[in-house]
Design a protein around this ligand. Structure first.
Ligand code: DGT
Ligand code: CA
Ligand code: CA
Ligand code: ZN
Length: 567
């Protein structure tokens, strides 16, 4: 928690310094923010031991700032920086294609101070008049604002799930039953607010909730519902219901609304009435179900539907005909198929990554460091790969699990790969990925990727659309054509489990499954704690109706090697 806070503050400092046109310092802050944000250890331990400067990139000045953040919860230096510039400019910088330099220019020349004024000037056609901007940029800015507004007020899974689980754990002793509800229980890719449902001593539950240390402000506190704003910036609702209505309330508050509306219609058609208190006979108001969700679905002639499927995407029909999929389980993944070590832009050594994967109970982990083309990430040459290979062999001697020697090779503009064929053939696993030339038109981009598939050298296509939630849309591709080409060329498509990516998304992954394409799950970890992201990938797979047979890394090590085309 504190690591995240420090990382956030340092990132904000970097943004603001860049806006001011300061050299070098922003990079140092950004680097430190990344390091701290991906560290497994609690930064407070370093603080207490006086060891903060042992952390790579932390010098005297940053140490003092971290001290202040830990001691006071805020940082005066940041507050001062904020006062020097309009706060809304930070949002302006979040628009794709607007960096600190352009933001500064927009501010100085057009008085743009926030997203609203940015939109006004773009709509009025004033941005295209600026030197260095143009009609295209202006259009893209408008699209970018739309995307940011779409995400605004919503939160990524990693910002919300751990906090919600901590709250639930805290409330558990006071509760008879307690469950996540809402989008959280459905594992939707972004979360509006946290919904928790409980039964038990309402007063004690409400008190325990309102007094939790993560609570910033109590918004409403009533007998059956309390709403708070958490320090993490997200709202959380706790509802307490009677034990005998728990199933009905859980069903109701899990949603999605799109699922609940037709479900209520099914109830009506069968002569019932369904609400958050239960399922009732329409004639005499007699309650026929409500203590459990299963009971309600059963009375309606349906199999119980896993929450991840409750989006009105055919699950009601499938539940009626008893053809719901058998979803991949939370414990079935046997290894992580995308991770980076300190050989490229990861923060941890081969050994550290291997040990952590072993601690997770995995059979294997693939280290897929970047190829050289991605110069920012310190990519590997053939020689580096040979050297890393030696290290991997040593680690494999030492550990129980298998570290696979892999690469995330750049797919170049023309569809060729950024590494020689020989080296790629020698590696255990090859991920192909697009990291550049996002602006190509759809047809060319699709051709580029298909050309890469046709080399026969790619095992897995990583983060297939390149989107980053709330940050950028991804490149333009015909995803159906990509899926078909993956099928033809025996390429596995990735669900990247990083909460900012979740790419493929659940709809595209479901499409891939239906076309007979295998899926792989990879966290894209750049540090030990990112390996925890796997569950967001599993959740996305479940939302895509995938079973364990559809996901390549539910296989044992030897089966996996076979699937990777070893034989
Ligand atoms: P979120 O919070 O935007 O990520 O999405 P949800 O699905 O958690 O939505 P939320 O928090 O507004 O409401 C939680 C659940 O409660 C929702 O999934 C279904 C149920 N619900 C809330 N309001 C209504 C309503 O007006 N009608 C119906 N049918 N259900 C509702
Ligand atoms: Ca919610
Ligand atoms: Ca809610
Ligand atoms: Zn990548």
């Amino acid at each position: 928690m504190m690591n995240k806070k420090v990382a956030q503050i340092f990132t904000e400092i970097a943004d603001l310094l860049e806006l001011k046109g300061v050299d070098f310092k922003p990079r140092a802050y950004r680097k430190a923010a990344r390091k701290i944000g991906s560290m497994k250890d609690d930064i407070r331990d370093y603080y207490e031991e006086g060891d903060l400067r042992d952390i790579e990139g932390i010098g005297k000045a940053m140490e003092a700032k971290i001290d202040e953040i830990i001691e006071t919860g805020s940082l005066e230096y940041l507050e001062d920086l904020k006062e020097e510039l309009p706060a809304g400019l930070i949002d302006v910088m979040r628009v794709p294609d607007i960096g600190p330099k352009s933001a500064k220019k927009l501010y100085e020349e057009l008085d743009i101070v926030d997203l609203d004024s940015l939109r006004e000037e773009a709509e009025a056609g004033n941005i295209r008049e600026l030197k260095g901007f143009g009609v295209k940029t202006q259009e893209k800015i408008l699209k970018g604002i739309e995307m940011l507004e779409h995400i605004s007020g919503r939160h990524l899974l990693n910002e919300v799930i751990p906090v919600a689980e901590e709250l639930i754990e805290h409330l558990e002793p006071e509760a008879e039953r307690i469950e996540k509800a809402g989008s959280l229980r459905r594992w939707k890719e972004t979360i509006g607010d946290i919904d928790i449902l409980a039964s038990g001593d309402a007063e004690k539950l409400m008190d325990a909730f309102a007094e939790h240390e993560d609570v910033d402000e109590v918004l409403v506190k009533g007998e059956t519902k309390t709403s708070v704003r958490l320090k993490a910036g997200v709202q959380a609702d706790l509802r307490v219901v009677d034990e005998e209505s728990f199933g009905a309330a859980l069903q109701y508050f899990t949603g999605a609304k799109e699922h609940n509306v037709p479900l209520r219609q099914i109830a009506i058609d069968k002569g019932y009435k369904l609400n958050e208190y239960g399922l009732f006979n329409k004639g005499n108001d007699e309650k026929v179900a409500g203590e459990t969700e299963e009971g309600i679905y059963e009375k309606l002639g349906l199999k119980w539907i896993p929450p991840e499927l409750r989006e009105n995407r055919g699950e009601l029909e499938a539940a009626k005909d008893d053809r719901l999929p058998y979803l991949i389980g939370w414990e079935e993944v046997k290894g992580d198929l995308q991770a980076h070590s300190d050989w490229s832009d990861g923060h941890n050594t081969v050994l550290e990554m291997g040990e952590e994967a072993q601690r997770k109970g995995y059979e294997y982990i693939a280290l897929t460091d970047h190829s050289q083309g991605l110069s920012v990430a310190g990519g590997l040459t053939r020689e580096d790969i040979m050297d890393r290979e030696k290290e991997i062999e040593e680690v494999n001697e030492e550990l129980e699990i298998n570290v696979l020697s892999g690469i995330e090779v750049d797919i170049k503009k023309d569809g060729t790969l950024d590494m020689d064929d020989e080296t790629l053939k020698e590696l255990d696993i090859v991920l192909g990925a697009v990291h550049s030339n996002f602006k190509m038109d759809e047809k060319k981009q699709t051709e580029r990727i298909k050309t890469a598939f046709e080399t026969g050298l790619i095992d897995i296509f990583a983060h297939p659309t390149g989107r980053k939630i709330g940050e950028r849309e991804g490149y333009h591709v015909d995803i159906i054509e990509i899926i078909e080409s993956a099928k033809e060329n025996d390429v596995i498509l990735e669900i990247n489990a990083s909460p900012q990516r979740l790419d493929l998304d659940s709809l595209n992954a479901r499409e891939a499954k239906e076309k007979g394409v295998m899926i792989s799950l990879g966290t894209d970890a750049h540090g030990l704690n990112h390996l925890d992201y796997m569950r967001y990938g599993i959740a996305t797979a479940r939302r895509a109706w995938l079973g364990s047979e559809d996901v390549v890394n539910t296989r044992s090590y030897h089966e996996l090697l076979k699937s990777l085309g070893g034989e």
